[in-house]
Ligand binder design. Structure first.
Ligand code: OAD
Ligand code: ZN
Length: 232
């Protein structure tokens, strides 16, 4: 991938970019956690029915993410951002903080972030690395006493700042998509929008995504293997 001096790069990442840091992808793990389908623990309905189960799931993911380190793929994207400055925008579907820990600054977490929580009622996200694994330790809002939930976009909820994402997508000249199966919308539709606008589109991952036909180029290989080549 060669970039020109006036290119504007929009990057979309998915679970695959964190795979080589030891964090399981969704489809790779069969989408299962302790016998539950991810959809069973990542929905508003699951939260209503069993907040303890939901907090145990996200506590485990907090623990896993804290134990993981950014890999060469995250670092390569941070190096590309260093060169492009404000002509770079990174939209991630991931809730881990490995992009930030690799040095990325312009990161938008469209599906929320693992290390923030928010009161259901006050709805203001705050930093939280807490581990909540039993019914009597579930967090409550200090201001109003309502339940505190993970600041995560669940199935059936609207991803964060879609307006900002579409604005960035429309002014990009190159769209680079890394490590996402192309199965969850709206993110899976970004490449189609880029196509309609004549924006060059590239996919990087070890296997073709479901929306492979929509890409101009497919680079088969892992993120840690391929992205450093783009950064040099
Ligand atoms: P998936 O688990 O659906 O897809 C992961 C993709 O990463 C697959 O296409 C793999 O081929 C690819 N992959 C695996 N190892 C890789 C590597 N080393 N380098 C690069 N790519 C690799 O994950 P997502 O597409 O991110 O949503 O899933 C999208 C959304 O579905 C998630 O954000 C989550 C999930 O349910 C919510 O939680 C709302
Ligand atoms: Zn509150």
């Amino acid at each position: 991938m060669k970039l020109n001096a006036d290119d504007r790069l929009f990057v979309l990442t998915g679970a695959g970019i964190s795979a080589e840091s030891g964090l399981a992808t969704f489809r790779g793990s069969g989408g299962l956690w302790n016998g539950h389908r991810v959809e069973e623990v990542a929905t508003p309905e699951a939260w209503q029915a069993n907040p303890e189960l939901v907090w145990r799931f996200y506590s485990m993911r907090r623990r896993d993410a804290m134990a993981a380190e950014p890999n060469a793929g995250h670092k390569a994207l941070a190096a590309i951002e260093q060169k492009l400055g404000e002509r770079f925008y990174l939209c991630t579907q991931n809730v881990d903080d490995l992009h930030e820990r690799a040095g990325s600054k312009r990161v938008h977490h469209m599906h929320g972030t693992l290390f923030q929580s928010r009161c259901e009622r006050c709805a203001v996200p705050f930093a939280d690395k807490g581990i909540y694994e039993s019914a009597d330790t579930l967090p409550l809002c200090e201001k109003c006493g309502h339940a505190v939930r993970p600041h995560i976009v669940w199935f059936g909820e609207i991803p964060l700042d879609m307006d900002g994402i579409y604005r960035e997508l429309e002014r990009a000249t190159v769209v680079l998509v890394v490590g996402t199966s192309g199965s969850v919308y709206p993110a899976a539709g970004f490449v189609g929008i880029a196509n309609q606008r004549g924006i060059r589109t590239i996919y990087v991952g070890p296997e073709e995504p479901l929306n492979a036909d929509a890409f101009d180029e497919i680079v088969l290989g892992t993120a840690a293997e391929m992205l450093p080549r783009f950064a040099s």
